[in-house]
Design a protein around this ligand. Structure first.
Ligand code: CP
Length: 473
């Protein structure tokens, strides 16, 4: 089967199927065998490298990759050196840069910024990290490392460790691991737990099953016991899923395939944050003497800032520098595929594609419903004029809207229908979103309000009281 990824974007890891990920790896293997022999692959092509946040690995490995492929690089490393500093919108910048280059790689502090660039540039766009949202090309090299070491991506047990709230690498990685049928153990530092919207996606869209671990307090304080586990059960119940109380303990005693460590993303929150006072888990030799880690590989997207002891560097289980080195062949493969300079021919994959992208109804009426995430691109001053607030309706119980840019969720309290009022002012009624009226309104007719004032401002009156969903009285 010939795979072409020409003209595609990589904004989230969900933009690639499992088979396409495997295809990138196959090409990366080819590239790695002759890094210096690829100088004609992208000759004549230009990559725009836009890094509006600090980076060593991602920027340099993308630029090294493009240079190795025989292409050229134009780059910007600071916002203050661009017209963004004069108040230009990301959309305008994207249109212009897309007319100068054949592909854009962008890192930006606003969540959803890479999606906006992809919407407005006429060339493929790669998200090199958008705030605390996603970092999909990092996930490719993370999976590449895991596959090299474990010989498979299927059915692994992986512990994700540290700042799971703001760490964008773990969000992309968790989605990908779920699709390959992994069991994940989350061991966040207190206050830096995996965001609920990520958990929801893992459980609702990848058929994962969440278990909260409620073990003895002293065990948690020792920092050795992950707090949550996600069992992904795409084709049938997990073998331990029916005995939840002991499931996690049994899994831990058997050990995990990889421990993925992340640093505290200090740049994304106020230093007074509660979690900081409670310490941060450190991976060191002492921890790795535990029986459960005997065969465990240690991974880290880097940079490290104290959470991973230097004494681990000589341990054969430590993979983080090898992981970073994989960034060049992986990004060579990715660039050459998205630029259409390479296609790959792969046999029908045996890897099951669990990633059946769930289609959700979309809400984009202009009724004042906005994303509540202050780091979302859609609420930034310079972007307000043209960005239309857009959400997926991911649940009715309770009504849950997911921002299409940053994926944060909101639960607006009031609803109405566009169908029922039919232009007659006296028929315009709004209801509480937790009433059974929500189930009666077709998604295409749904009107959503953040407040009664907004509903009333648009001429709606409060409908007669209706019972909340699930209330039997
Ligand atoms: N892993 C990673 O994204 O590193 P940089 O921030 O150095 O690019």
């Amino acid at each position: 089967m010939v795979i072409s990824l020409a003209k595609r974007d990589l904004i989230t890891i969900e933009d690639l199927s499992n088979q396409e990920i495997e295809a990138v790896f196959a090409l990366a293997d080819e590239m790695a065998e002759g890094l210096r022999e690829q100088s004609n692959v992208c000759r004549g092509m230009i990559m725009a490298s836009l890094f509006f946040e600090p980076s060593t690995r991602t920027r340099m490995s993308f630029e090294a990759a493009m240079n190795r492929l025989g292409g050229r690089v134009i780059s910007v490393m600071e916002m203050r050196n661009t017209s963004l500093a004069k108040g230009e919108s990301i959309a305008d910048m994207a249109r212009v840069v897309g007319s100068y280059a054949d592909i854009i790689v962008i890192r930006h502090p606003w969540e959803g910024a890479a999606r906006v660039v992809a919407d407005y540039a006429d060339v493929p766009v790669i998200n090199a990290g958008d705030g605390g949202h996603e970092h999909p090309s990092q996930t490719l090299l993370d999976l590449y490392t895991i596959k090299k070491e474990r010989k498979t991506l299927e059915g692994l047990k992986i512990a994700l460790w540290g700042d799971l709230k703001y760490g964008r690498t773990v969000h992309s990685l968790a989605y990908a691991l779920a699709r390959f049928g992994a069991t994940m153990h989350f061991r966040p530092s207190a206050g830096f737990e995996m965001p609920e919207h990520v958990i929801r996606k893992l459980t609702a869209e990848y058929a994962g099953r969440l278990e909260r671990y409620n073990g003895p307090k002293e065990e948690k304080e020792k920092g050795l016991i992950p707090l949550d586990a996600i069992y992904v059960t795409p084709s049938g119940p997990h073998q331990l899923a029916n005995i939840p109380a002991v499931g996690i303990q049994i899994e831990l005693e058997k050990g995990v395939d990889a421990l993925y460590v992340t640093r505290l993303q200090k740049e994304r929150f106020e230093p007074s944050a509660e979690g900081l006072k409670k310490g941060y888990p450190v991976v060191d030799k002492k921890l790795f003497k535990e029986k459960g880690f005997k065969e465990t590989i240690v991974m880290h997207p880097l940079p490290r800032v104290g959470e991973l002891a230097y004494e681990m560097d000589s341990d054969p289980r430590s993979m983080y520098f090898k992981q970073a080195a994989g960034g060049v062949p992986i990004r060579m493969a990715l660039l050459s595929l998205l630029l259409g300079c390479k296609t790959v021919d792969i046999p029908e994959s045996k890897v099951p594609s669990f990633a059946k992208k769930m289609e959700h109804p979309v809400y984009k009426r202009e009724t004042g419903v906005k994303c509540q995430n202050e780091k979302c691109v859609s609420v930034q001053e310079t972007e307000r004029e043209y960005i239309k607030h857009e959400f997926q309706i991911v649940s009715n119980e309770p009504l849950t809207l997911r921002c299409v840019y940053c994926e944060h969720e909101i639960h607006p309290p009031y609803i109405a229908s566009s169908k029922w009022h039919q232009g007659l002012v006296e028929n315009k009624r709004y209801y509480k979103a937790d009433s059974f009226m929500l189930g009666r309104i077709k998604p295409e007719n749904l009107i959503i309000f953040n407040s009664e004032e907004k509903a009333q401002h648009q001429g709606f009156k409060l409908g007669k009281r209706v019972k909340p969903v699930g209330n039997a009285k």
